[in-house]
Design a protein. Structure first.
Length: 254
């Protein structure tokens, strides 16, 4: 039996067309003080930069895992700085904070430091998961590393995973297949992707109490828009209150 919509919750808005990544902060629904954690695959770093530039007030971007040191973009990058130094730098503009750099990777901050920094600035934006450049994933037993003060957790899926073979396009394909109830050498149907995204043993298991769960579907274009609309319809059918945002492909999306 399909779940009944909660009469006290407004259904998520419909999107006729994918939105631009520069509008991501507005569509995610950020308020004046948010700790946003990105999980999943297929565009977390792109969205992190979009929010770091698009949100008002003081902003700190970081990761609780690792990022390529080439992915700092045009953000002022602080390495090995104290919390006080990071907060002071954020007062002059958005910053990216890493604990260290090793092997070409920026090593991020512990989740507890993200929580502490959230008390010093308006917004902390965190890449809280790794996907080895794959567009979709299901979490391993110690993933994702989401700060407990997270107010919005965004689960990201690249639209280029839809309709493709799970073993070829997904990180941890056996886990994706297990949650979807199919085999790893089958194609990732939009309905199966919705099941994984909403599964209580998937990324949602890491959502802190009181946090809001949002789905971002990145790299949407004319070739995959049909799959994306089916995915969004399935999310709306299963859980009408959850927002699924289609984000248009643009050069450089990862």
């Amino acid at each position: 039996m399909d779940p009944e919509p909660d009469p006290g919750v407004s259904p998520a808005p419909d999107f006729d067309q994918p939105v631009g990544v520069t509008d991501a902060a507005r569509h995610v629904g950020c308020g004046e003080h948010e700790l946003v954690s990105f999980v999943g695959g297929g565009g977390k770093t792109t969205l992190l930069h979009a929010l770091a530039h698009g949100l008002p007030g003081t902003r700190i971007a970081t990761t609780t895992t690792k990022m390529s040191s080439a992915e700092s973009g045009d953000l002022r990058t602080l390495i090995g700085a104290s919390d006080g130094e990071i907060a002071a730098a954020a007062a002059k503009g958005p910053v990216l904070a890493w604990r260290s750099v090793s092997g070409g990777k920026g090593v991020g901050l512990d989740p507890s430091r993200c929580n502490a920094l959230f008390g010093r600035v308006d917004h902390v934006i965190v890449e809280a998961d790794g996907a080895r450049s794959m567009p979709f994933k299901a979490p391993g037993p110690f993933e994702p590393r989401v700060p407990s003060s997270t107010t919005i957790m965004v689960s990201v899926i690249g639209a280029d995973a839809l309709g493709r073979v799970i073993a070829d396009q997904c990180h941890r394909p056996l886990r994706v297949a297990a949650l979807a109830g199919c085999g790893p050498y089958g194609r990732l149907a939009p309905e199966a992707a919705a099941t994984v995204l909403l599964h209580p043993r998937g990324q949602r298991a890491a959502l802190p109490d009181g946090g809001r769960f949002v789905i971002a579907i990145t790299k949407v274009d004319a070739a995959n828009i049909g799959f994306v609309r089916t995915l969004m319809a399935e999310v709306a059918r299963l859980e009408p209150a959850i927002l699924a945002i289609p984000i248009a492909r643009f050069a450089g999306t990862r």
